[in-house]
Ligand binder design. Sequence first.
Ligand SMILES: Nc1ncnc2c1ncn2[C@@H]1O[C@H](COP(=O)(O)OP(=O)(O)OP(=O)(O)O)[C@@H](O)[C@H]1O
Length: 241
Amino acid sequence: MDDAIEVRDLVVERGRRTVLHGISCDIPAGRVTGLLGPSGSGKTTLIRAIVGVQIVRSGTVTVLGHPAGSAPLRRELGYVTQAPSVYADLSVRENARYFAALRGLGAAEADRAIADVGLAAAKSQLVGNLSGGQRSRASLACALIGEPRLLVLDEPTVGQDPVLRAELWARFHELAAGGTALLVSSHVMDEAGRCDRLLLIREGRLIGDDTPAAIRASAGTDDLEEAFLRLIRDNEQAVAA
Ligand SMILES: Nc1ncnc2c1ncn2[C@@H]1O[C@H](COP(=O)(O)OP(=O)(O)OP(=O)(O)O)[C@@H](O)[C@H]1O
């Protein structure tokens, strides 16, 4: 399996504080990789470095064979931020058609992406009148347009009901089966088990990088939340020793 993203010795400072302390990891194509960690641990900062909008102190981030943020990646990468990035004064369909047009694509591709996120019934509604969860899905639809090879999704299931969350995860796995690399951040541990691989981050350091099964096995528990806590304890003991 090829790697879509290679991160090497990444150090990032924000506001004069080091928030990523030399992170190295590989994120494969054709898999859903979960990025999990407590609030403030550095998930969004790592994502920003991958999509090329974060100034980095040192280290490298290579995306689909190119330096993060370089021009050839613009059409290859779909990015959904935590705050929905769609126009409130346009309908769902108008937003999707606008993003499709930017990629040289037509109305059919826009409609496909809207249907993909379960918003077909609301496609004529103004985004400003949608619920928070619907607005996030409108944003996701725009990122799906053009079938990017890499999808980076920052907490995409926040505010979604359990049925929709299950549908979105099923869609993520369909996309991965087609070869797309997905990096999905979450702080909800019950979503961790839905990923093919997990990156566990705490205080700007990776403390786990493996499949959920391997993380459960190495921590000696079936409960991923407990496994994460044990990894934190082991990590603290190793640092103290
Ligand atoms: N613009 C900024 N200036 C200074 N420090 C920042 C800035 N943005 C984030 N930070 C700090 O960087 C650290 C990592 O933040 P980041 O947003 O990457 O965490 P996160 O894991 O994504 O958190 P959350 O789950 O709450 O979104 C935090 O300590 C945060 O306070």
